[in-house]
Every structure is written in C-alpha cells, then in structure tokens.
Design a protein around this ligand. Structure first.
Ligand code: CO
Length: 434
C-alpha cells in the first residue's frame, strides 16, 4: 500500500523532471509507457479497440490520453479529468542577449501572472524546446534542459532600497527583469554567444539552429517540510500536482479495465487564457473526443448523446488559508491544508461548479472516504479561473472545479499538504470507477 508520503515523493520527482510544459508532457508520456499506451498521430488514421490505451500530443506541450471502455459511449459518456501543464514565470525573448556594463543579460518576457518578486535571488536555469536541422536536412525538435544554475536576478541591496520591507519588492518588467548570464566576452557577438550555449548542449552545428521556446525554471528540488514533514514545497505545484494526481488515479489496473471511456486532458496555455491550438479554448480535446466517436462508428447524434452523458472534473489548485493574512480570505470559506480536496464555487462561473456536479463530487468523496472542503473567493476581490468553464462550455459537458489547497499560488516556490495529494488521487480514482 503506497502511503501519502510516497505519493508526494513521486510528485516531487515528476515535477523535478518537468521544468517546462514541454518536459511535463514528456514526463506524462514516460509514465504511460509502462502501461502499454499507444501514441496516436493526428495526421494518421486511427484504429481503436475496446480496452485500448492511447494518447495524443499536440505541439509537444498538451496531451490527451484515454482508455477506451468496454461499454458503448452512448451508455457511459466520457469521464474526463482536465488540468494544465504550464506555470507562470519568464520566457526568453527571441533576441535574448543584452550586453551592458561588462555583463551579458538575458531578456525575458513575463508569462502569465507570477509573483515576480519570488524570482529574485533564486538559482535559476533554462529548459524548453529547440528546433534545428539534422544531418539529413530535416527540421527536428528536441527538449533542452540546463541542469546547472545558469541565471540569476540579484536583488537590490537594502541600502539602496530602504523602503522594500514597507512597500514590497517592485520590479519593472522591461528594465529590471533581464537575468544575469555571464561576464561579457569582448570578441563574442551577443546573439552568437547564446546560440552557442544551446548548440553546445544539443550537439548540433551552430548554423543548424533555427528557433526555440525557453522557460526559466528554479533548479531547487522539491522538499518535505514541517515538524512532522506534513507539508511539501516545489515549483509548478499549480498545476503539475493535479496532472500527477490524475495520472496516478488512472494508472491502476482496476481503473484501466473500466467499462467507461476515461480521458485525461492536460493543456498548455491556461495561465495566458487558453486561446491556442493546444489550449483548452482550442479544438484539441473536442477533436480527440470526436475522433474516438467517429473511428468507432458512432453517428453525430450518438456523439452528442455521449457528450450529454459525460462529466468533467477540472482539477486545479485552490487557495489554502494562511493565518498571517486573515483579511485576504472569505471568513466562512477558509480551506485548510491536509483537510482534503476543495470544491470551488463562483456565482460568475469563473469556476464551472454547479449544485448537481457538486452533489456528485461530494458523493464520490464519501465513497472514497476522502474529506472535502468548499471554497468561495472574497466578494470584493477578483476571482481567478481555470480550464473548467471553458472546456465545459466548448463541449457542453457537466463539470466541476476542484483542487487541493495551496499556499503562495504563482510563487516560484509553492507549498501544500502531504495528505491532500493522496486524497485527490483517491477521489479521482473513485470517479473513474463509478
Ligand atoms: Co492553475
């Protein structure tokens, strides 16, 4: 029997192997290999069988995986769990090197809504995807990850920023975020200097390098903390923790032999609004579901009936109560770490939860013997959102937004409770087998 601590250790290993959304999809794919999942190509014809296990990757950073059930789709619908692979942070600009005052700095653009101050004084590095020409003159994509600490955003000394503790650390996005990479080397042209770094890592010729997508990541590994080691901290818990919980729930022989068709969809671009070919507001998930139906000979009407029968759990992290900031929270909806998954409710439908999906989820919690909590944002603060409302609206499926309590959402170092990860795995598994 795997205990809560072991589940979280597996999560921390998963995150440490996934410093970018492109790596996160690769990490999911690695886990699927052991369970005989077959990769499907969107440009090829599909041949699907009842009981078959499949996955589709779009543009390297979004993945939909599914297990085709033994029963008719019309009878069971799709059982879907959705989450996202991206996290807020910095992305490297196309012409990245700025040479100034004897230093080479890398220009960055802010991706999504990170707590920017938390990136200062961290041991940062680079990971992502690089495209180049191989020996046969084909364009190939490869993942790239610098393990060593490559970059830093040094703080301003307090002697030059006397009010920092009263006013907080404010960093100008254009002027003050470039990351220090190296001492400037006189005879190297800045652009070539950076290209050479990538080329040395890849082992391809400098002239062969074409383009890249690069994210800044924190090299510090995940840890357990607390008097009883009941908490854990890592980067990207929002939302790799939910991706990991969904995978753990699914990759269980009892679940994999389900009568229903089970689907996990992990999207890139949630943190920037989901509007892309591989985001939740794109066609990816709908395309895959429709192809499952069409390939199996269902009519358009039968596909519509299958969707009408379907249920989506949108899993994304929730705001855990931090007692130092009592006024930031809705006093009657404090959610506490290690007290179970959170059902998120919002009247403006920033979360997709409604009372029927809520009732259903509460029942799955009861069956799985998992506690649950309910969250509502302060009425006078703007509420965040998830892929839940978008996906539910696009597909027309019933949906709920849930997630585990998390401290410091969008910090480069987020924290959560050890027990909650196992609780989430258990209730998602209950959903799959119900
Ligand atoms: Co999130």
């Amino acid at each position: 029997m795997i205990n809560a601590q072991q589940h979280v250790q597996a999560l921390l290993d998963f995150i440490d192997a996934s410093p970018s959304p492109w790596h996160a999809v690769k990490s999911v794919e690695t886990q699927l290999k052991a369970f005989s999942f077959v990769k499907l190509d969107e440009t090829a014809a599909w041949d699907l069988k009842a009981g078959g296990r499949y996955y589709v990757i779009r543009d390297d950073s979004s993945i939909v995986l599914f297990v085709q059930g033994q029963k008719s789709l019309v009878e069971t619908g799709f059982k879907l769990v959705g989450a996202h692979t991206d996290s807020p942070g910095f992305r490297i600009k196309p012409n990245p090197i700025t040479a100034v005052d004897g230093l080479f700095r890398l220009g960055v653009e802010v991706y999504g809504g990170p707590i920017i101050a938390t990136f200062a004084d961290r041991d940062l590095s680079l990971a992502g995807r690089v495209n180049y020409k191989d020996a046969d003159n084909n364009i190939v994509s490869a993942l790239i990850k610098f393990d060593e600490v490559l970059l830093r955003l040094p703080n301003l000394a307090i002697h030059m920023n006397r009010t920092v503790n009263e006013e907080g650390l404010k960093l100008h996005k254009q002027m003050e975020l470039p990351l220090i990479l190296s001492t400037a080397i006189q005879d190297a042209l800045p652009a070539e200097y950076f290209a050479k770094l990538l080329q040395d890592k890849l082992g391809c010729g400098l002239d062969k390098l074409l383009s890249w997508d690069l994210a800044v990541y924190d090299t510090q590994k995940g840890v357990f903390w607390g008097a009883e080691q009941e908490f854990y901290a890592d980067s990207q818990l929002d939302n790799l923790a939910s991706c990991h919980a969904a995978i753990q729930a699914l990759l269980d022989e009892r679940v994999l032999n389900s009568e229903s068709t089970l689907v996990c969809a992990f999207f890139d671009h949630e943190e920037i609004g989901s509007g892309s070919n591989r985001g939740a507001d794109g066609s990816f998930l709908g395309d895959v579901l429709q192809r499952i139906a069409v390939t199996n000979g269902y009519s358009p009407e039968e596909y519509a009936r299958a969707l009408a029968k379907s249920f989506l759990i949108s899993a994304d992290m929730a705001h855990a109560y931090q007692p130092s900031f009592p006024l930031a929270y809705e006093p009657d909806h404090k959610v506490i770490v290690n007290k179970g998954p959170v059902i998120k409710v919002n009247a403006s439908h920033r979360y997709s939860t409604e009372s029927i999906s809520q009732a259903q989820f509460i029942d799955w919690c009861a069956q799985a013997e998992v506690p649950y909590q309910t969250y509502s944002h302060r009425s006078d603060l703007a509420c965040g959102s998830t892929i839940g409302p978008i996906t539910s609206a696009k597909l027309g499926v019933r949906s709920i937004d849930v997630g585990n309590p998390l401290w410091a959402m969008h910090s480069i170092r987020e924290s959560a409770g050890v027990l909650d990860h196992q609780y989430m795995i258990k209730v998602l598994r209950q959903f799959f087998i119900s």
